[in-house]
Design a protein around this ligand. Structure first.
Ligand code: SF4
Length: 189
């Protein structure tokens, strides 16, 4: 963390049944993924050799974990070209994503029956092995994201946490949002 931004963390819980019935449409969201440079180039992103809905059904509930990155007004005034805005967002998101994922992977390891979902595409390697047709190099750490599994993240965070996702226009937005998840298996009792 530094003077350019402050973090606020929020979370909500829901059943996977509700997620699948209200916020899931893998076919529809894959049409957006196809336009992304990561499509077919990262193992964390579609197309998959499994059905995301079936993967999600292995779990009973989902914790949605939002990290709101509030950018300082002074800093937003300083960064004004599209290139510098892009660079600034990339660097902050990479830093916060890496810290958040590490913390949640620790939580996942400590509690049985959990699976963390990352925010956005995997950034663990400089170049993903998928580009060379090789298997993932860090399967133990790589995690999918809610959006890559076909969930409507924009509507989820609005409905469950009242957060509106913002985008950069002629200035950096007031805040950026990273959305992680923690899938939790059905309890056996
Ligand atoms: S860990 Fe490396 S090889 Fe695996 S998905 Fe991430 S970038 Fe690709």
């Amino acid at each position: 963390m530094d003077g350019r931004y402050e973090l606020e963390r929020m979370e909500a819980e829901m059943t996977v049944e509700e997620l699948l019935s209200q916020y899931y449409d893998a076919e529809y969201f894959e049409t957006f993924c196809r336009k992304c440079r990561n499509y077919g180039r990262l193992w964390s992103c579609p197309p998959y050799d499994f059905e995301p809905g079936k993967y999600l059904k292995n779990y009973g509930s989902l914790r949605i974990l939002c990290t709101k990155i509030r950018l300082s007004d002074e800093w937003r005034e300083e960064i004004i070209t599209p290139e510098s805005m892009e660079e600034a967002m990339e660097s902050i998101i990479a830093q916060v994503k890496s810290d958040t994922d590490r913390r949640l992977l620790d939580e996942e390891r400590e509690q049985a029956g959990r699976r963390m979902l990352s925010s956005g595409g995997c950034r663990l390697c400089t170049r993903c092995a998928r580009e060379a047709g090789m298997p993932c190099r860090q399967r133990g750490k790589m995690r999918y994201s809610l959006e890559s599994l076909g969930c409507d993240v924009t509507r989820l965070v609005k409905d469950k946490l009242g957060i509106e996702l913002l985008w950069a226009k002629d200035r950096l937005p007031e805040y950026l949002v990273l959305v992680n998840g923690m899938l939790i298996q059905h309890r056996s009792e």
